[in-house]
Design a protein around this ligand. Structure first.
Ligand SMILES: Nc1nc2c(ncn2[C@@H]2O[C@H](COP(=O)(O)OP(=O)(O)OP(=O)(O)O)[C@@H](O)[C@H]2O)c(=O)[nH]1
Ligand SMILES: [Mg+2]
Length: 651
């Protein structure tokens, strides 16, 4: 399992805010870099002095941590971070982000409020908006930052259409209302907290400028945040005790508050999702640190943070690291699994296959946005080169061992040669017997490895001159015969090795194809699911607008839905195309193998990569999984396109 979060005794400042200039704290970044687990990131934002830090400490299950201030002066500055083991999910880290309160009159820089809020939103998977009192017009107006988000966030580099794209990347939205004293009723009817929130977000009738502005905010909240949840909490203690809340025992807090805050914590621990990038890749500490760096750099350069460019830039570094990690994993596995020299080439290949599989799995679990499969192809080349190196080392180890054995066994023959025993009468017979003994013993010796026959053949060839020295035809014949035998054995071994290598290359190509296919299908499934979610969300909105009598807005919503349906349909067509593509790949691999078998040749690494991996990547790339904005625009302008047959067109 991935390394668990390091114990972090107290929160650290992640984003400094010095007079409106934001910067990242290297210490907090270093802590994040160490967290290899997927992260659930919960950020809290909202007006200053409303009990945000206190609530975050409850989520951390700690009495103190994020500092609270007892006075009217704003306490939290910038964004503070606390990484903790997730209380409910093994192998997941909970990251709490406590932000500086909004609307502090002491701040003269209004912009930093907007950027802190933007960062909290971009970095989290669940955003808690905390306010005090009730959700009245004033409370809503404090959230006007939401209507300005289009000026602060871009989702894609080109053709960005924030209205439809925010919903894909925005976190879940939880509103906590503190010191809430109202009864949740509409007339006679009791309301749940969520019904109350929806009631508050209902569009207001009227055509005036004020009504428009009010509705704009409501519409933004409804459109951008499909998952909304409300928790109301009563005052936690008597007025006199509020400044020393941290010191109060649990049973000194109001029972009603305890129940409500517990329900909130339970919801966050059980429901808040792991943060994912567009495309579904789970965010780990290093990725979150990278995102924070990219976004803060954009803000300090006076630019608008763009999610797509941050992800693409991060992907380069992460994918490179993923290749390195996968190759290191392969090498570690090979070192541990092999004792050189191996008895046969296939013994080495069995370990290789196992390690390659683990390396590819590791790479695919870490890599993201590798749309051109550039890094996957690089991995193939590096694994191939690493394998060749192991094969080389295996052969060298075998050669050394065989030479040592032959040297040892030949020592007696050498002595007899020096004594002239073989030139004496009966010498030829004696030489034959000795040679037999040496070769028998050589055969018996274990652990000679893949070069046993080749080394023997060379060894015997080097001794061809002996026959001449000994002037004995029998010796000459005997040597020639033995040499022929060794050569035949060597040819057979070489043939077997070539076949094994061919088989291994086929299996490796298959393995890459299998894992890639699995990943592509998974990506596509995630995309379709996300699109379905977005569609359902917009459909719900459409129905609400119709119900509330907002015809013009409903028509605009319907247009958006039609566009999303077209994108979905296009993806489904691509799915069919992709399945076709995989069949072609299968056939192409078989043909490639057949050709190699007939030509009895191995592919060189470079040509292997070209014909194998590049072939696959080109085909996958040409399938172009995710439709781009330009695709959908092109489709939308195509008035004749038939979408009415689509299952979702019943709105
Ligand atoms: N009335 C009230 N006070 C609270 C509540 N929770 C905490 N407090 C008190 O309010 C004061 C401010 O609490 P914090 O948690 O620091 O509030 P904050 O929103 O983080 O404040 P800033 O970081 O300055 O924006 C402290 O004295 C808390 O004890 C609450 O639910 N109701
Ligand atoms: Mg605070």
């Amino acid at each position: 399992m991935d390394a668990p979060v390091l114990p972090m005794p107290a929160p650290l400042c992640l984003v400094n805010n010095r007079d409106g200039v934001l910067s990242l704290d290297p210490k907090a970044l270093a802590v994040l870099q160490e967290v290899a687990q997927p992260l659930v990131v919960v950020a809290i934002a909202g007006p200053y002095r409303t009990g945000k830090s206190f609530l975050m400490n409850r989520l951390a299950q700690k009495r103190s941590g994020f500092p609270l201030g007892p006075t009217v002066h704003a306490e939290t500055k910038g964004i503070w971070m606390w990484c903790l083991p997730h209380p409910r999910r093994q192998g997941v880290t909970l990251v709490l982000l406590d932000t500086e309160g909004l609307g502090d009159p002491k701040k003269d820089d209004d912009d930093s409020d907007a950027w802190i809020f933007t960062l909290a939103l971009l970095l989290s998977s669940t955003l808690v908006y905390n306010s005090i009192g009730t959700i009245d017009q004033r409370a809503l107006e404090q959230l006007r930052l939401v209507t300005e988000l289009t000026e602060h966030i871009r989702v894609r580099e080109e053709n960005d259409n924030p209205a439809s794209n925010f919903v894909r990347i925005f976190p879940g939205f939880v509103w906590t209302v503190r010191d809430f004293t109202l009864q949740l009723r509409a007339g006679e009817k009791a309301l749940s907290e969520d019904e109350y929130l929806e009631d508050v977000l209902r569009l207001q009738t009227g055509d005036g400028k004020k009504a428009k502005e009010r509705n704009e905010l409501r519409r933004c909240l409804r459109n951008f945040f499909p998952h909304r949840k409300l928790f109301t909490m009563e005052r936690p203690a008597a007025d006199a005790d509020l400044p020393r809340l941290e010191e109060l025992r649990e049973d000194e807090l109001q029972p009603g508050f305890r129940k409500q805050v517990d329900a909130f914590c339970r919801y966050i621990w059980e429901e808040a999702p792991v943060k994912v990038l567009p495309g579904g890749h789970e965010v780990t500490g290093s990725v979150l640190a990278g995102l924070a760096e990219k976004y803060v750099a954009a803000i300090t350069n006076g630019a608008v943070p763009c999610v797509e460019s941050a992800v693409t830039a991060l992907a380069r570094a992460e994918n490179k690291a993923a290749v390195e990690a996968a190759v290191a994993e392969y090498q570690r596995g090979m070192e541990q699994g092999l004792v050189l020299p191996t008895p046969s080439h296939s013994a080495l290949m069995a370990v290789h296959q196992d390690c390659v599989q683990r390396a590819i799995t590791l790479f695919l679990s870490r890599a993201f946005a590798d749309h051109e499969r550039q890094y996957h192809a690089e991995l193939v080349c590096k694994l191939e080169a690493a394998k060749e190196e192991f094969c080389q080392r295996n052969e060298e180890a075998s050669e050394q061992r065989c030479h040592a054995v032959l040297q040892e066994l030949w020592r007696d023959v050498e002595l007899r040669l020096q004594n002239g025993d073989y030139v004496a009468p009966g010498g030829a017979q004696l030489f034959k017997e000795d040679l037999d003994r040496v070769l028998e013993e050589y055969k018996r010796r274990p652990d000679k490895g893949v070069k046993a026959e080749a080394v023997l053949e060379v060894f015997l060839r080097e001794r061809e001159g002996l026959a001449h020295v000994l002037k004995a035809t029998e010796v000459q014949l005997e040597l020639a015969e033995r040499q022929r035998e060794a050569a035949a054995a060597e040819a057979e071994a070489a043939q077997k090795a070539a076949e094994a290598r061919l088989e291994e290359q086929r299996r490796t190509v298959e393995e890459h194809k299998r894992q890639l296919e699995q990943q592509l299908k998974e990506e596509q499934r995630a995309w379709l699911e996300e699109q379905q979610r977005v569609l359902e969300h917009h459909k719900k909105e459409y129905e609400a607008l119709v119900r509330e009598g907002f015809k013009r807005e409903a028509a605009a919503m319907q247009e958006l839905i039609t566009q999303l349906q077209k994108e979905k349909k296009k993806m489904e067509e691509r799915k069919a195309l992709m399945n076709e593509g995989f069949k072609h790949i299968e056939v192409a691999i078989q043909q490639m193998i057949k050709q190699m078998q007939t030509e009895k040749k191995e592919m060189e690494i470079s040509s292997w990569c070209r014909t194998g991996m590049n072939f696959l990547s080109n085909l996958f790339t040409s399938l172009q999984l995710i439709p781009s904005d330009s695709d959908s625009e092109e489709e939308v302008s195509d008035e004749d396109s038939d979408v009415d047959s689509d299952e979702d067109s019943d709105v």
